[in-house]
Design a protein around this ligand. Structure first.
Ligand SMILES: *Cc1c(COP(=O)(O)O)cnc(C)c1O
Length: 352
């Protein structure tokens, strides 16, 4: 069902001890094509190669595109493990629905991903804390200048070996709260993983970098008052003894890591609230000492402790700039499951 054409000209492997993120690509890719007569068809693993696209391809003009991101981990016993891949598969299909792209069969998607990873199994890093990042995506390929749903698409999966997110150990990041640009509004595409959402954030991201901040925290698009998410991470605060995180109401990305954090916290009997969090609440909690921790969650970093927020020039520092115990506990619990170092009571791990 899935044909495999091996690359007869494999490239030299990079230094697996110095991979960084998203810089190196493997020898193969997975592809599926879509047209109206055949649906999604021609499942294949082929040598990694440039695409040939008509310059009028609709994705290049109107951004009809979706993507996903997850990782494969090499366990000490040699197995290669995926973390909750069905969540990413279903989320891509929800993004497809929002962008008017036909859904992809979940089992074919999973099998394609596994077949590709098996073909490139030598590329799954064995160096500590390194993993193989998996990037599925769909592009609209009709050569047509006009805004409508394309009638043809290409689905691809590419792989990138990535290094430890924290080569020098987990370090709290500084976040600039963006008060001019907004990322999403209800009814928009904020909860879909689609390229246009990210293109629209680069200006604010560059502004933050110029001021010495790592990432942007987005506020809601209507009131510019409620916190939403950070860059490509969901955000959590420890307020008193309760963990709070913004609710999924259409403007933020429903992170797989976010959901996993919520399930772990529930299993530890730590109270959690999914509710709107106003900027004033963050500032007053910092003032009265009830803001214990802040951290982001996402596939790339897993858990990213936040050491400071800057809002319109005022700096709110969190946890004395040190990693909080809850952020550390969540990071350890998640990575232990992901690397198969502990039993997985949640059924999250899928062997390749
Ligand atoms: C991908 C992404 C996340 C995190 O999702 P995970 O499934 O946890 O990796 C959060 N916010 C945005 C905007 C994202 O694109």
């Amino acid at each position: 069902m899935i044909s495999v054409t091996r690359n007869t000209n494999p490239r030299p492997k990079p230094d697996m001890g110095n991979l960084g993120f998203g810089k190196f690509f493997t020898d193969h890719m997975f592809a599926l094509d879509y047209n109206q007569a055949d649906g999604w068809h021609d499942a294949r693993v082929t040598p990694y190669a440039n695409l040939s696209l008509d310059p009028a391809s609709m994705v290049l003009h109107y951004g009809q595109e979706v993507f996903e991101g997850l990782k494969a981990y090499r366990a000490d016993d040699g197995r290669t493990l995926l973390f909750r891949p069905m969540e990413n598969i279903r989320r891509l299909n929800r993004s497809n629905e929002r962008l008017r792209i036909a859904p992809i069969d979940e089992q074919l998607f999973l099998e394609g991903m596994k077949t590709l990873i098996r073909t490139d199994i030598d590329w799954v890093p064995t160096t500590p804390d390194s993993s193989l990042y998996v990037r599925p995506f769909v592009i609209a390929t009709d050569p047509y200048l006009g805004v409508q749903a394309s009638k043809t698409y290409k689905f691809l999966i590419i792989l990138s070996p990535v290094g430890a997110y924290y080569p020098e150990g987990m370090d709290p990041v500084k976040i600039l709260i963006e008060t001019d640009d907004v990322r999403a509004v209800k009814g928009g595409t904020g909860e879909a993983k689609t390229g246009g959402n990210y293109a629209a954030t680069i200006r604010a991201q560059d502004k933050a970098k110029d001021k010495g901040y790592t990432q942007v925290l987005w506020l809601d698009g209507i009131h510019r008052r409620y916190i939403e998410e950070v860059g490509t991470m969901n955000v959590f605060l420890m307020l008193g003894g309760t963990v709070v995180t913004p609710p999924l109401e259409g403007t933020i990305l429903p992170g797989v890591t976010r959901d996993s954090v919520l399930k772990l916290l529930a299993s530890w009997d730590i109270p959690v609230q999914e509710r709107p969090i106003a900027l004033d609440e963050l500032a007053s909690a910092a003032r009265d000492g009830t803001l214990g921790e802040a951290f982001g969650s996402g596939t790339a970093a897993v858990i990213s402790p936040i050491g400071a927020f800057n809002v319109k020039g005022d700096v709110i520092s969190v946890g004395g700039g040190r990693i909080g115990p809850l952020a550390q506990r969540l990071y350890d619990a998640l990575t232990d499951i992901q690397w198969g170092r502990v039993p997985d009571p949640f059924g999250w791990i899928v062997e390749v």
